[in-house]
Design a protein around this ligand. Sequence first.
Ligand SMILES: [Zn+2]
Length: 265
Amino acid sequence: MKKTDLDYNHLHSRLLEEMNARHIRNELKTDTIALLVFGACENHGDHMPFGSDFIFPMELAKRIATKSKKKNIIILPAIPYGVSLHHNKFQMTMSLESHTLEIIIEDLFNSIVRNGIKRILVINGHDGNIAAIESAARVIKDKHSEVVIACLEAWWVLVGEITNNLFEVWNGLGHGGEAETSAMLAVRPDLVNMNNAPIQVIPKLSDNVRIYWKFDELTNTGATGAPRKATVHKGIQALKALENVLLKFIDDMDRTNWKYGLLLK
Ligand SMILES: [Zn+2]
């Protein structure tokens, strides 16, 4: 076997930006899953990088693509900007309006569908993007009912719920808080400076009714939750738990050929 064949068969990336036309010609199948990451570029406190909201989800995406049994996942380039209007008071926050992001997502979903892909999985890294993702998905789903669009909307909420007291404060919640900081410590420790981790801030908010706060109404530091409680160990546990959720989702969907509800026979 020539070296190029070996490279092609075994070693190439699942990232679209690193694939070539030959890879795509050979691999694009009816069961291909397009995996997208939507992030943000915003202040995450003095200890975390601005790109946290796509750096961690991209790492999660790469692990899913590698570990998924069928190796039929193609990861699209991450969108590094999101709807961060609520963080605008903090320096160098780059914000898209929600309708701008919605149009970007619709355009991407349309491009995916135009290429015959009927399975779309989103890992969202940032709270402000949730509404735009949902709106875009509704539009595409209305036009192309045969396409399945799924989204892990808020890993930072889910991870506290599925890890059984892994986090010490506020179930890990918070922007640049215990869970997010731990997650970054697990995947890019070189970008986290625990010496600068801000003090704990647990905003006083209603449990049951949502207030559309501006983040500077909640904290002066750019972070909430308990960043100083973050550890690499907690981050690795969080990563594993989220990996399991996504791999199980893909396995379960594969078992029914990505049909659900009344389409199940
Ligand atoms: Zn964010």
